[in-house]
Write a protein that binds this ligand. Sequence first.
Ligand code: SAH
Length: 347
Amino acid sequence: MSLSDKLVEHIRDNGPLTVAEFMGACLYDPDDGYYATRPNIGGAGADFLTAPEASQMFGELIGLWCAHEWDALGKPAFNWIELGPGRGVLMQDALRATQRIEGMHDAANIVLVETSEPLKEEQAERVPLAEWAPRIEDAPPGTSLIIANEFFDCLPIRQFIRGEDGWHEKLVGLDDAEKLTFGLSAAIPAPESEDELGTVREIAPGLESLIYDIERRLHEAPGRVLILDYGYTKPEGADTLQALRNHKKVDPIERPGESDLTAHVDFNHIAELAEAANLVVHGPITQGAFLRALGIEFRADALMRANPPHTERLKREVHRLTHADEMGALFKVICLSSPNLPPPAGF
Ligand code: SAH
């Protein structure tokens, strides 16, 4: 039975799903979910191209950022954790860029937090020394440097839309032909508000527990998490649920489990949750500003000098990662740290 048929049957028996329940099923259904079955990241015919897949410089600079922070912590033994590593390209590039940093690799215990079996296999090819954990709390205790690129955008969201008579939750139900369709709940009465009719608000119910897991780790032992993702600092009031197949935006409700579903990340909410948990917050700043502060131009120059025929490609990659028209502005970076550490590089 296809995921679509399973969802239709479930809705017939139990009523409509929230967008978060629908998104969760599409991404994580153990038999037919996108990540469990056909994650298609990077490479030819991929559904989407992430920053580490677009340029080796991304993972290299993040590796050097980690080296700087490891040094600032006093060069301890540490867990080098990546959340949702995809094909493992970022960690592979980070390891190559730091291989001459004395003592760092010996001090590092590499932990990849991943649920997708096919992606774990890809990661093992690129990062053979890693160990895997299904969740952050399963990583060994101790000092941690944690990287999360395009991980938070997979968190399922619920959506609420402002109507005349209050807020309506967006739901996934069935049309007359018993096909999946978006609909709205009855109104949840709400006081007058400045939000225009049609304004969409999104919440990620899993965000609090994810920040809680990070917070517990960063209070038990020193460390930082660097979160890079596309998202906003002020909600735009728009629907950000997006489905990508073969680099094209497709209707999220069609062919469940066959496209990558994501939503924009609410960076201000991450900052608020982290501050309430007594973590120290740096950013959010744009990915462009962060990579320039880490010296992406210098890294590109060095690679061009070593390999002049690649000059044009490297220039295009810098543009793609940092320019406001590409990934430079929509993508943001935030760093959450244990209390009493020096400020992190790049902010
Ligand atoms: N960071 C990578 C891949 C981003 S795609 C890159 O930048 O290329 C999202 C990744 O997160 C995939 O590896 C996916 O399998 C993983 N993932 C998504 N939700 C997860 C969860 N709840 N727990 C663990 N891994 C998850």
